[in-house]
Design a binder for this molecule. Structure first.
Ligand code: SF4
Ligand code: SF4
Length: 415
């Protein structure tokens, strides 16, 4: 019975994320009262740098970006033209994205904004495209390596099972996380990232961009990386997740003072946020805007703090992370929320051999979330697991491992 419910829920979610939204959504975009938004808000909305947009509008890059377009004397057509100018010289996918943005404002002729600005923007966009390509190529390689480490590399040496104290050397894990922060974060900039993939897909459905299927493809890329190993992209590939992991590992807060958040509340909060995101993105109450733009800490990696709220969220995440495991992932991130629904379908993950387990609770105490405890008690929909390997290091009787889900270990006796 449980199997049927899970299958129906998973199928519904897949249908929901892939359904083509009706054309009426496009019509809603045309009603945008653009001059009322701030320059920073418009830049965030259309995924361009506020400085580039200011320059394209013939303003100084240092202009107060919290003034509304109306105050700055910018009309809808000016904005549309500037957005097209920012897009000049981009490779096809990005150009299409901005064409979509322009159309959302009603279409019209374009005018340039100065060769220097265009060249600067073009160079920046070209570098970003190259960085994106490297990221999409290197993520599967990195996560393939981490999957091997979780399945065998952290557990066996020369074909022999390592003693518990030597399994899953924390230093190897931290070195990988640091690399992820440096390469997929600071070297690559704010994007691509799993959260953006989900957000952009729904933005495309809402008419912000053209070609929703392209964004669907990117979302499926991250979904697959989440399924091949239980939330593997969150656990080991996302730069923001990796940064929070590293901060949590710093001995700044005593272990007993750390806060473990109840999963049902974190899920509820993220569900509400995602619901709000859908309502505002599709403009169900008037002007369309993207809720996550103002609270997106991935901006840290591009040093883009166009909105005060972004800076505040970054500071809050950095301050909370040593005491609360992955505060942004657990409380806000829509991809973390979405990926939980796919945990049941993940090919590999934590397995507990209940015949061997002596019920000491060491894995539950080592786990920073409720995932190990829920798996221990045999919950059918356990809390989210980030494949962090902490529980794998502590079992005194080797009753827990990371392995293929289709070869499950024994069920708990109470079930
Ligand atoms: S849940 Fe965390 S790790 Fe996963 S995409 Fe979001 S920020 Fe990154
Ligand atoms: S410690 Fe918890 S989150 Fe980490 S792998 Fe184990 S069950 Fe998953």
């Amino acid at each position: 019975m449980h199997g049927v419910i899970k299958t129906v829920l998973l199928a519904s979610l897949l249908w929901f994320v892939s359904m083509p939204m009706p054309a009426v959504v496009h019509a809603l975009t045309a009603a945008d009262d653009t001059p009322q938004v701030t320059l920073a808000g418009a830049a965030c909305h259309y995924h361009v740098r506020a400085g580039d947009l200011a320059e394209a509008l013939g303003l100084s890059r240092q202009v107060d970006k919290h003034r509304t377009l109306k105050e700055l004397g910018i009309g809808t057509r000016d904005l549309e033209t500037a957005l097209k100018s920012v897009a000049i010289g981009e490779t096809e996918p990005r150009r299409a994205m901005h064409r979509g943005a322009g159309r959302g404002l009603g279409g019209g002729a374009g005018r340039g904004y100065g060769a220097a600005g265009q060249n600067g923007t073009q160079g920046h966009q070209e570098r970003q495209v190259v960085r994106d390509a490297y990221c999409y190529l290197l993520w599967p390689v990195l996560l393939g390596g981490m999957l091997w480490w979780l399945l065998r590399g952290g557990r066996f040496e020369d074909g022999r099972l390592l003693p518990v104290t030597k399994r899953y050397a924390p230093l190897a894990g931290r070195a990988t996380l640091l690399l992820v922060v440096l390469f997929f974060g600071f070297a690559s900039g704010k994007s691509p990232n799993p959260m953006e993939a989900l957000v952009k897909y729904f933005k495309a459905l809402a008419g912000f961009y053209e070609g929703a299927w392209k964004y669907f493809g990117v979302l499926m890329f991250f979904t697959l990386l989440s399924i091949v190993g239980n939330k593997l992209i969150c656990g080991w590939g996302c730069p923001l997740g990796a940064l929070q992991e590293l901060l949590y590992d710093l001995p700044l807060v005593r272990r007993r003072n750390r806060l473990r958040l109840p999963f049902r509340w974190t899920m509820l909060l993220r569900t509400l946020l995602f619901g709000g995101f859908l309502v505002f993105t599709f403009g169900l109450f008037g002007r369309k805007w993207v809720l996550y733009h103002g609270i997106n800490p991935f901006n840290l990696f591009g040093f883009e703090f166009d909105l005060l709220s972004i800076g505040a969220v970054v500071v809050a995440v950095l301050l909370l992370a040593p005491a609360v495991y992955r505060p942004f992932c657990q409380l806000v991130c829509p991809f973390g929320w979405y990926a939980w629904f796919f945990e049941k379908a993940s090919l590999t993950g934590i397995r507990i051999d209940h015949d061997r387990c002596i019920g000491c609770g060491a894995c539950d105490r080592a786990c920073p979330v409720e995932a190990a405890g829920d798996r221990l008690s045999g919950k059918s929909w356990p809390a989210e697991c980030y494949s962090c390997a902490r529980c794998l290091r502590v079992c005194p009787v080797d009753a827990i491992d990371y392995g293929p889900r289709w070869r499950q270990k024994s069920e708990p006796s109470g079930e």
